[in-house]
Design a protein around this ligand. Structure first.
Ligand SMILES: [Zn+2]
Length: 107
């Protein structure tokens, strides 16, 4: 499967570009690179039927975060209040920062 190159990282703040959660923001909990998907905090809840288990003796329906395709996600800039493109910039201490191309602030 083709893997889309992404700059998204775990913990990043993202905005959803399309789908039922469009316009909502959240933090990435987990990346699923081989599926080109990401799990975003409190978004795309799915209901899952589970059989009784030790941790959930009753079984039944549980809700958890489903994954969103990364092409539907964009890094979110709180200053611009929108999804933005970013560029990488090398800092004086040789670490690299990701800069919002709109407001030139580090994300
Ligand atoms: Zn910005």
């Amino acid at each position: 499967m083709l893997t889309i190159k992404t700059r998204l990282k775990k913990g990043d703040s993202v905005i959803v570009l399309s789908g039922k959660e469009r316009g909502k923001t959240g933090n990435i909990l987990k990346l699923l690179p081989r599926k080109n998907r990401a799990v975003v905090e409190k978004l795309q809840f799915i209901k899952e039927h589970s059989k009784p288990s030790n941790s959930n003796p009753q079984g039944g329906i549980i809700e958890r975060e489903g994954s969103i395709h990364i092409s539907n996600l964009s890094l979110y800039c709180p200053r611009c209040n929108t999804g933005v493109r970013i560029k990488s910039e090398r800092l004086a201490d040789k670490s690299s920062a990701r800069i919002c191309v709109k407001c030139n602030e580090a994300i």
